[in-house]
Ligand binder design. Structure first.
Ligand SMILES: Nc1ncnc2c1ncn2[C@@H]1O[C@H](COP(=O)(O)OP(=O)(O)OP(=O)(O)O)[C@@H](O)[C@H]1O
Ligand SMILES: [Mg+2]
Length: 569
């Protein structure tokens, strides 16, 4: 039944509407259902039956630019805006976007997509916001701000921007940046990022025949690496941002600084709901708020404009999922670059470390160029996996994926991104009677497989979907049970519940009939964020005049919670 719903959606709306994200594989297969797009010949080769695909080398990934026929029909003008952090790269690209008749901004974070949509709408350029979990449409909009995974490679634009384009070398998300780089069909394509990506992009684009120009920028305000370590937390000042990498130490430092009795701290880290991160950042940026110090992880590291005067690295090591390792040069430069943003109230940015022994690494990294990127990430395309499955109908999704990971032939400019999480999801969903498209969809969903609650949520969604074709949120989640967390452990659990609800919303945009409770999931997500913020407000020391603090939660919270009495809750 589930497969029928999916097939119906594909035929009625076209695949790109159903599967945002990695859409082109479906696009290629359905568009060219009487032929196969051959990356070797860069042409559509006709075939009369699927068995003819045996003539095509399915493991040939040497020409990924040929996977995007619309972009290949035009000669794009590609403008690279490169330079250090805070040099106006994104600003210049956005100016061009604002003056174009149609366009798209693709950013690495939901927060950046939100910021750009807000900026364009403020400038009277109607702009839609589209992320995996949001669709905010503005009347008459010819522009959109999206997260890079949502970049549409089947429409034509006058202008497109890909921000933080050096992420095409990222081992996890690189494929989405490569896909946007090769696939966006825009007359003008603006790429913003680190100069370390220039040679690779120039090399990759030689075969597309696009015209490439490079604009170099200088930092707008100085960034001063201090010679002395930070020393003690009694030295904390307004505008300081303390950087650390585990949520445990974020809360430990927040408490410690607040216990000194002089400052209140906003916090920003990856597993906080994005809307909470935005509100924490906004509160820190707001000069009238008493939350004048920020404690954050590297989640602040990309493109965000914060009122930071001084970055203090509490450590120069982070756990990357496998091991504790030193921060890399690009990571140090990105994070340090948040201090002294142009237009903020701090004209000079400073950066230092808590411990004197970390200073040499900080100083040498800030003086070094980032290592040149050598390869861009890609993912095995769905159409090839589909054709393989037709030839080997007994193969599980895991076997198909492993076949491509083991046998794919790549050019020297590309690598296949880390597929461990995909394989973890594949192992779970191979247990359920789902079609290949559905398995693929669950595999590319934004599930956090290192989070037990989140991976259980995915399993239940996939299982119920496979059995009934309809997944009601109430079957796995009882609205009205969420509470303000009292401990960091309870907070972590609430963050995980938020992730599950977020996943439901993501699925609801792709399998609308089968995940009908988007509104309920979204309102519960909003309650989660408010409860998390309530915890953050209560967690540390409260000033005696706390009444003057911008305690935005009370009213909003009660109005949100009062929704419990609505029939659908
Ligand atoms: N010419 C300009 N006029 C006004 N504001 C500017 C100008 N150039 C940059 N800015 C502002 O300076 C800040 C930093 O610029 P921007 O975000 O473009 O830097 P960036 O080089 O993209 O930095 P990052 O590498 O951190 O993403 C932004 O708030 C931006 O709006
Ligand atoms: Mg930028």
């Amino acid at each position: 039944m589930a497969s029928n719903i999916l097939r119906r959606k594909i035929s009625s709306y076209g695949v790109s509407l159903t599967f945002h994200g990695n859409t082109e594989p479906f696009h290629l297969y359905f568009k060219y259902k009487f032929g196969c797009f051959s990356s070797a010949s860069n042409r559509i080769q006709p075939y009369t039956s699927l068995n003819d695909t045996t003539r095509i080398d399915l493991t040939d990934f040497t020409c990924p630019h040929t996977w995007y026929p619309l972009a290949r029909k035009i000669q794009r003008r590609v403008i690279l805006h490169v330079g250090p952090t805070n040099s106006g790269k994104t600003h210049h690209a956005l100016k061009r976007l604002e003056s174009s008749s149609s366009g798209v901004y693709c950013g690495p974070l939901r927060l950046l997509a939100w910021e750009v949509a807000k900026r364009l709408n403020r400038e009277k350029v109607p702009c839609n916001l589209i992320t995996g979990q949001e669709r905010e449409e503005v009347e008459g909009a010819k522009h959109k701000a999206v997260t890079v995974e949502m970049a549409d490679v089947t429409s034509k634009y006058h202008c497109a921007v890909i921000d933080e384009v050096q992420m095409l070398g990222c081992n996890m998300r690189g494929f989405s940046f490569t896909r946007a780089l090769l696939g966006i069909a825009a007359d003008e394509l603006h790429l913003c990022g680190d100069p370390a990506a220039v040679p690779l992009i120039q090399e990759i684009l030689k075969v597309t025949k696009d015209e490439v120009e490079v604009h170099y920028y200088e930092r707008l305000l100085p960034l001063v690496p201090l010679k002395t370590p930070f020393g003690s937390f009694s030295n904390v000042q307004k505008g300081d941002c303390i950087v650390t990498f585990s949520r445990k130490s974020i809360y430990r430092l927040k408490k410690r600084i607040e216990n000194e009795g002089k400052h209140l701290c906003s916090v920003v880290y990856g597993s906080l709901p994005p809307e909470t991160r935005t509100r924490q950042a906004t509160m820190f940026n707001d000069a009238s708020s008493e939350f004048d110090v920020l404690v954050a992880s590297d989640a602040i590291g990309m493109g965000l404009n914060l009122n930071i005067s001084r970055i203090i690295f509490s450590t120069m090591k982070k756990f990357d999922g496998f091991e504790m390792r030193d921060l890399t040069v690009p990571e140090i430069k990105q994070i340090a670059g948040r201090a002294g943003r142009y237009g903020s109230k701090f004209p000079i940015g400073e950066v230092t470390c808590l411990d004197a022994e970390d200073l040499p690494l900080l100083h040498s990294s800030l003086n070094s160029p980032s290592p040149t990127l050598e390869r861009a990430g890609i993912l095995p395309p769905y159409d090839l996996m589909y054709m393989h499955s037709r030839l080997h109908p007994k193969d599980s999704f895991t076997q198909i994926l492993e076949h491509f990971l083991d046998n794919a032939r790549l050019s020297e400019h590309y690598f296949i991104v880390n597929c461990e999480d995909l394989l973890k999801v594949a192992a779970i969903i191979d247990e359920f009677p789902l079609g290949l498209q559905e398995k693929y969809l669950f595999c590319i969903s934004p599930v956090d497989m290192d989070d037990e609650i989140s991976s259980q949520g995915l399993t239940q969604f996939a299982e119920t979907y496979a059995k009934k074709g309809l997944v009601r949120l109430r079957e796995i989640f009882t609205p009205g049970t969420l509470k303000v967390p009292k401990t960091p452990a309870a907070l972590e659990e609430l963050e995980s519940i938020h992730k599950v609800l977020d996943l439901y919303v993501w699925l609801s945009f792709r399998l609308e009939d089968s995940f009908p409770d988007r509104e309920l999931a979204s309102s519960q997500k909003a309650i989660c964020s408010m409860l998390i913020e309530e915890f953050l407000d209560r967690f540390g020391w409260q000033k005696p005049n706390a009444g003057r603090l911008p305690r935005r939660t009370t009213t909003n919270m009660s109005s949100l919670l009062s929704q419990r009495s609505r029939p659908y809750l």
